[in-house]
Ligand binder design. Structure first.
Ligand code: AHR
Length: 542
């Protein structure tokens, strides 16, 4: 597991230097001219008199597509995510398809998961894929050193992962082992998965029951190679990336989108070095950022917290916009055409584990606070769709900011799940720029904008506006002005609860579910609605 505050003095100096360069402007004399728009944080203007917020939706200015992959997920061999969460085995009494539990599959299908990252995380750089193929009873057991030191029987491997992706209707994203694995292992894994002719690896795949190659679009070269994936320096990893990526071949018309391991949070020097030394050889560069209220050594509890923790959590979650903007500005210098995607392939909340559970399993509950983190983060990713091409929430089932929790045969969905359900309308829609005038959410001398907003237009012409009211005490009356489109009707869904700690349990699975938003009005191109305190709202305007 990554211990987060790990910047060395040298890297801090480099990071400061990179920040100074950012401030000096991105058009350095030696850098290529910028073609795309420079990344900018969302500007907040004050609310109108009477505390009314105004959101101008520029329906005629859409340009960028919100990649559906921003709504992606991440599942690691960690705790009860893969085992129990998806994999129950073929002889389980829990209804399953060849070992994969169908209640979880059906819940996730409903929210249209576009892409799923696997097998880690830190686990990826200790995973040797050949341990996970062939008859299950002969697969070797290994120790999952990162996550609880438990024995892993490798019953869920490559075939099972592709089967899961087929059941979910999702694109597989595999992270290869560059920390402790060899170039040959990666070369052979790609051949095993995607080669259609006769070859040692393709024949082995056939022997193991799969004739046709699979389509593999996304492949990552290592995970957190600055930490659990090998403790490398960026200069060293840039060369490791170049070497390993050479052997990620495109077989049978398959085109692999190669993702280089990116920075931990605000390590701008990492992005600078990777873009400089390897930018032209990668399709995507990742970024990891977790929202950890209380900090790594004093993490919040998931369900017992006060308003100051709520504020701290949302303020830390909102910080991801600064990260996206600053990393994107560096990427713009080396890649002005924005060819390289920013891949935020780990994000979400990280709290103390639930009492009585294995500390290495990272099992945490999920409240209305997590719903706001999800809504806020997804709005930020949408608004930077020109550079952010994928994001993967950690970690889908039973781990960290999960969508689904299981207990034996029982399954519930979390408030975060409901946000992904409400926001799925943005997938592959055209981003509409918004101008927001709103008030501030203030607490104990600190403050942040009370609203977070993004908007899009889908293929049918429907406009969707997602709004989060972060303020837990004050409702937010909003006037939404539509520029460049005629609006005849509006409906809205809201996710909220009277208490910020509200969460679903196995006894009360529907304690927090979305409802219709009452009292929305439309007239003369203006939609008026009132967002309840601490709520996530999605408006559909046609
Ligand atoms: O998501 C949990 C862990 O967080 C991942 O394994 C690792 O990449 C990160 O440190």
């Amino acid at each position: 597991m990554a211990s987060r505050p790990r910047l060395t003095a040298l890297r801090i100096v480099l990071a400061l230097a990179a920040s100074a360069l950012l401030l000096a402007g991105s058009a350095m004399s030696s850098a290529p001219a910028q073609a795309g728009r420079p990344a900018k944080p969302a500007a907040r203007k004050p609310a109108l008199p009477g505390g009314v917020s105004r959101v101008v939706v520029n329906a005629d200015l859409g340009r960028d597509i919100i990649s559906k992959d921003i709504y992606g997920h991440f599942s690691e061999h960690l705790g009860r995510c893969v085992y129990e969460g998806y994999w129950v085995g073929t002889d389980s009494p829990i209804p399953n398809s060849a070992g994969i539990r169908m209640d979880v599959v059906e819940a996730l299908r409903k929210i249209k998961i576009p892409v799923l990252r696997w097998p880690g995380g830190c686990f990826a750089d200790e995973y040797h894929w050949m341990d996970g193929i062939g008859p299950r009873e002969t697969r070797p057991s290994i120790v999952n050193t990162h996550w609880g030191g438990v024995t892993e029987n490798n019953h869920f491997g490559t075939h099972e992962f592709f089967q899961l992706c087929e059941l979910l209707g999702t694109e597989p994203y595999i992270t290869g082992n560059v920390g402790s694995g060899t170039v040959r292992e990666i070369q052979e894994w790609i051949e095993y998965i995607s080669f259609d002719g006769r070859s040692p690896m393709a024949d082995l795949r056939r022997k193991n029951g799969r004739d046709k190659p699979w389509v593999l679009k996304y492949f990552g070269l290592g995970n957190e190679t600055w930490g659990c994936g090998g403790n490398m320096r960026p200069e060293f990893y840039a060369d490791v990336y170049r070497r390993y990526a050479t052997y990620v071949r495109n077989f049978a018309g398959n085109r692999v989108y190669k993702i280089a391991c990116g920075a931990n949070s605000s390590d701008y020097a990492w992005t600078e070095t990777l873009m400089k030394e390897a930018g032209s050889r990668m399709s995507g560069l990742s970024l990891h950022y977790y929202t950890v209220p209380g900090g790594w050594s004093n993490k919040n509890k998931a369900t017992e917290f006060a308003e100051k923790d709520w504020f701290e959590t949302l303020k830390k979650a909102a910080f991801i916009e600064e990260l996206v903007v600053k990393h994107a500005t560096i990427m713009d210098r080396y890649d002005p055409a924005k060819r390289v995607g920013m891949i935020v392939d780990e994000w979400g909340t990280w709290y103390q584990v639930e009492p009585g559970t294995n500390p290495g399993f990272l099992y945490q509950q999920n409240t209305l606070r997590d719903a706001l983190v999800a809504g806020l983060s997804l709005n930020i990713f949408n608004n930077h769709a020109d550079r952010v091409k994928m994001a993967n929430l950690a970690q889908t089932v039973n781990v960290l900011q999960a969508l689904v929790l299981t207990d034996g045969a029982k399954m519930i969905v979390t408030p975060t799940y409901h946000v992904f359900d409400m926001y799925k309308v943005h997938q592959d829609a055209t981003l509409l720029p918004v101008d927001v005038q709103c008030g501030l959410y203030k607490i104990e001398g600190d403050q942040m904008p009370a609203l977070s907003v993004s908007a899009s237009k889908d293929a049918s012409g429907a406009v969707h506006v997602s709004l989060c009211n972060l303020d837990p005490k004050n409702a937010a009356p909003v006037e939404c002005q539509l520029r460049g489109c005629a609006a005849a009707s509006v409906t809205g869904r809201v996710l909220t609860a009277p208490d910020m700690r509200t969460h679903n349990t196995f006894d009360k699975p529907n304690a927090i579910v979305p409802a219709e938003l009452a009292g929305i009005k439309i007239g003369s191109g203006v939609v008026s609605a009132t967002l309840p305190p601490m709520s996530v709202v999605v408006l559909e305007i046609k």
